[in-house]
Design a protein around this ligand. Structure first.
Ligand SMILES: Nc1nc2c(ncn2[C@@H]2O[C@H](COP(=O)(O)OP(=O)(O)OP(=O)(O)O)[C@@H](O)[C@H]2O)c(=O)[nH]1
Ligand SMILES: [Mg+2]
Length: 451
């Protein structure tokens, strides 16, 4: 999960709040302090953080509740609302419409990732069926045109530009005209981040906005920047009406506070996040879902969608058998495969409720991955009958499989045990009585170390 550290510290604050005694003023103040610290630690602007926690305190202590509502839950809900609010609230799609020619203009300081993001957006939106054209209207950065040409080639999208023309407005206008004639319905204009000076840059952006009248202005923020982003976002928000925010470089160790400050300053949500240098590394972002995950509410809708997308290659027969608690080793291989397709353990953990993702650190996860790879090798050393669980894995067989796959006998036995545990869990889950988690004691199978 991006902003993992922020997620973790807010989650612990909430956990402590739930664990402690009855709800009183002192407990609310403690929660307020913990959340304030978590926000500042993530490099969120202090004014933004203060608004969040002051609202939290005030609302928690004064809001009347209908009878029957758990007060602690109500407070957690206030945390949820306040955090989503500073992150721009409800996720909104880009303000574009396939039936006309839409103009998107990028905005952001030098090196924030505008040009790279133009490439990523072009790649993504083209796949979604848009007819995309790119305009290289950064006349200040040497090589900006070539950089965009390369990205355009990767995304298979045409780039309009003229390295000799120094007037950004002219290039933008010519580019838009060019692509309009070609019936493109989405034109993305890359702009400068460096200039003769700050004021000159702002002036140029103001002028561009006035002349090309973009349908959507996207403010691009470097996710590794901290508090200073707040001011910068305010400055750009005065230049043109920012419609959305894209935060880049969240793949590193970015605390990400700058991203949230930007959102709060401009009053619009983060729509996408950049998670790598590659053209495919752009993910949609939904503040509500994100905060929900931080608070441990999980995101089961997305999980279900992802499972569908991963297209579980299980026949109906096998599904029925598995639901009865009878698995074989082919089923297990298939489960590993789907897990990979869904983006791995962490992605799945992120979407599970109960804040599970915060309980599993990267070391544990690497162990799970290692286990998975090991088990794959073990299974590949089995005979067909063994894989289909038609024969019992006795000592001789286990020893042979271990030799064949270069692992220890214990490793093979572990796989056998994990299979048994998985079968037991499925049986338990299918029992019509109370659902609820836990119960298996030793954690989830296949090295997922929680329960
Ligand atoms: N790791 C990582 N690097 C990124 C990401 N987005 C952009 N970058 C890198 O950040 C650097 C700057 O990106 P650009 O797209 O050139 O930034 P820019 O805003 O166009 O810069 P100027 O045109 O000078 O204002 C490049 O080295 C990119 O590869 C991201 O999401 N993750
Ligand atoms: Mg650029």
């Amino acid at each position: 999960m991006v902003l993992r550290r922020l997620g973790k510290s807010i989650h612990s604050a909430i956990e402590k709040f739930v664990r402690r005694g009855p709800l009183d003023k002192e407990l609310v103040l403690e929660l307020k302090n913990d959340i304030f610290r978590a926000l500042l630690d993530a490099d969120i602007d202090i004014a933004v953080a203060s608004v969040v926690v002051n609202n939290l305190e005030q609302r928690s202590l004064t809001e009347e509740l209908p009878p029957g509502i758990d007060r602690k839950k109500a407070v957690i809900n206030i945390v949820y609302e306040e955090l989503t609010r500073i992150m721009g609230g409800e996720a909104r799609p880009l303000n574009v419409n396939k039936k006309k020619t839409n103009i998107i203009m990028m905005l952001g300081s030098q090196g924030s990732g505008k040009t790279t993001t133009v490439g990523k957006l072009a790649y993504k939106l083209k796949k979604e069926g848009w007819r995309v054209g790119l305009v290289a209207a950064d006349t200040w950065r040497p090589g900006a045109y070539d950089q965009l040409i390369q990205l355009g080639e990767r995304a298979e999208v045409e780039v309009f530009g003229n390295p000799k023309q120094k007037n950004a407005v002219k290039i933008a206008q010519e580019g838009i005209k060019h692509f309009r004639n070609q019936q493109k319905n989405l034109i993305i204009v890359d702009t400068a981040g460096r200039h003769k000076g700050d004021d000159a840059l702002i002036k140029e952006m103001k002028n561009l906005t006035k002349k090309i009248k973009p349908d959507e202005v996207i403010f691009v923020v470097d996710g590794t920047n901290g508090k200073q982003v707040f001011e910068s976002a305010q400055k750009y928000a005065r230049v043109s009406e920012i419609g959305s925010i894209i935060v880049t470089k969240l793949d590193g160790t970015a605390k990400g506070g700058g991203a949230i400050s930007a959102s709060a300053a401009a009053g619009v949500p983060i729509k996408y996040i950049g998670t790598g240098e590659d053209i495919t590394a752009l993910e949609e972002f939904n503040p509500k879902k994100f905060v929900g995950r931080i608070l441990g509410m999980g995101d089961l809708d997305t999980l279900i969608e992802e499972v569908k997308k991963a297209n579980l290659a299980l026949s109906e027969d096998r599904t029925e058998e598995m639901m009865k608690g009878h698995m074989n080793y082919n089923d297990i291989l298939m489960m590993f495969e789907s897990m990979n397709k869904m983006g791995g353990f962490r992605k799945i953990l992120d979407m599970l409720p109960g804040g599970m993702t915060h309980q599993v650190d990267d070391n544990m996860l690497n162990m799970s991955k290692e286990n998975m790879e090991k088990f794959k090798v073990v299974i590949s050393s089995m005979t067909k009958k063994e894989r289909e669980a038609e024969v019992k894995l006795n000592r001789t067989r286990i020893e042979r499989i271990a030799r064949g796959s270069g692992v220890t006998v214990e490793d093979v036995k572990e796989l056998v045990n994990q299979k048994k545990m998985a079968e037991k869990m499925v049986k338990q889950m299918n029992k019509p009585k109370r659902r609820g988690r836990g119960g298996s004691g030793g954690g989830l199978p296949f090295g997922l170390p929680f329960g």
